[in-house]
Design a protein around this ligand. Structure first.
Ligand SMILES: Cc1ncc(COP(=O)(O)O)c(C=O)c1O
Length: 386
């Protein structure tokens, strides 16, 4: 029984490994470990690719989120609306600014922050300063509706684009939709470094200038500190790797799209009871739904499924990788107890946490491997019905 890994970076290494090794070696040989020329080159190229005026390379996506929020003007005591269905850093970055996360439920079809729910929150709390939508799994949040809210309420919009390098909304690239945006190049991301790395993008000169200053201890001139920042720089070696991978990202995102389409076609032909968006009563599973306004980059291919945990155990027993992003909503995390939310506050997010299952997806995933994933899932539900 051959294994199907959730992600196999060794296959990517066969394409870009040698080039990256050579680029990293050069950085090491010349001793340009910190803020070498590759860092500014990456900032320029990545920002240009994302349609943003400025890019600031950072040590991680988490640091990029904090920087983007703080540079966009989020201050201690401010309230920032965000989704409860995301990685923990989405909320912790808000707290790191001294601000308070205020959750609004997700849209059941896309898993992204629901602008309708954000609207309800804003009616109750007009003092909200900013909204932090996440482009979850590689699909942009609804920026038409979010921009309408921005106009009406004078909000700042910061994108958590950690999972969405190259994604678009109505042809505008993630990273230039909001006032500022944060990307992660954590090794599992669709554009990945050889370790931790991230990026802030902004079109506004003042926001970019603040982010740039904050990520080097609040200094413009060496050892003269204008404000209290932090060390949040990207290593030159990571920039060297990312510069090479930038040349491939468009092609890799295309390959991910092909993999996702193939999964959906295989599921529809599998004989399973397949729903097209949310998990309906009679369905075994629901396929991911793409908003026609979004260009998805398929950082993850996530189904909703009945008996999710049993199905996952069956996949594991058959050596098929899978992952749950995320098993517990942020408002139910112990670390955020002090925000005083309770179970039942965000039913769509809580339901998603019970139903979602991410299947293996990466550009090099083969069709026979996908067939095995779908057949193994079909076998689970067939046996379960007997
Ligand atoms: C939605 C989201 N936000 C923020 C982050 C934080 O990025 P990093 O792990 O690079 O700090 C991640 C990735 O882990 C993420 O998926």
């Amino acid at each position: 029984m051959s294994a199907v890994p959730m992600l196999d970076l060794a296959r990517q290494y066969t394409t870009v490994g040698e080039e990256c090794q050579a680029a990293v070696s050069e950085v090491f040989q010349q001793g340009r470990f910190i803020l070498g020329k590759e860092v500014s080159e990456f900032e320029m190229q990545a920002a240009a690719m994302l349609g943003a005026k400025h890019g600031i390379a950072t040590s991680s996506g988490t640091d990029a989120l904090w920087l983007a929020l703080e540079a966009a003007g989020v201050k201690p005591g401010d309230k920032v609306v965000t989704t409860p269905f995301s990685f923990f850093a989405t909320a912790s970055a808000i707290l790191r600014c001294g601000a308070r996360p205020v959750f609004a439920d997700i849209d059941a079809a896309t898993f992204n922050l629901s602008p309708t729910e954000v609207g309800y929150v804003l009616e109750r709390r007009p003092e909200v300063k900013a909204v932090l939508p996440v482009h979850l799994y590689g699909q942009c949040a609804d920026f038409d509706a979010l921009n309408t809210l921005k106009q009406k309420h004078g909000l700042t919009l910061v994108e958590d684009a950690a999972q969405a390098f190259g994604a678009m909304w109505h042809g505008t690239t993630a990273g230039s939709l909001g006032d500022a945006a944060a990307f992660s190049f954590y090794p599992t991301k669709n554009l990945s470094a050889w370790g931790d790395a991230g990026l802030v993008t902004a079109n506004d000169d003042a926001i970019a200038d603040r982010a740039k200053m904050l990520h080097v201890h609040g200094m413009r001139v060496r050892y003269y500190h204008e404000t209290v920042g932090w060390n949040a720089r990207m290593d030159t070696a990571q920039a060297a790797v990312l510069l090479i991978k930038l040349r491939y990202i468009a092609q890799w995102n295309e390959q991910r799209r092909a993999v996702a389409e193939r999964y959906s076609a295989l599921f529809r032909a599998s004989g399973l009871a397949v729903a097209e968006t949310v998990l309906e009563h009679a369905a075994d599973l629901a396929l991911p739904w793409t908003d026609p306004r979004a260009t998805h980059v398929w950082h993850q291919y996530v189904i909703r499924c009945r008996k999710r945990d049993d199905l996952r155990a069956h996949l594991t027993a058959n050596k098929i990788g899978s992952e749950i992003y995320y098993p517990l909503s942020l408002h139910q995390q112990q670390a955020l107890n002090h925000l005083d939310y309770v179970e039942g506050d965000f039913p769509h997010s809580e339901r998603a946490a019970r139903e979602v299952l991410a299947l293996p997806i990466f550009p090099e995933l083969r069709e026979d491997e996908q067939q095995r994933v779908v057949e193994t899932i079909a076998q689970f539900y067939k046996e379960e019905r007997l």
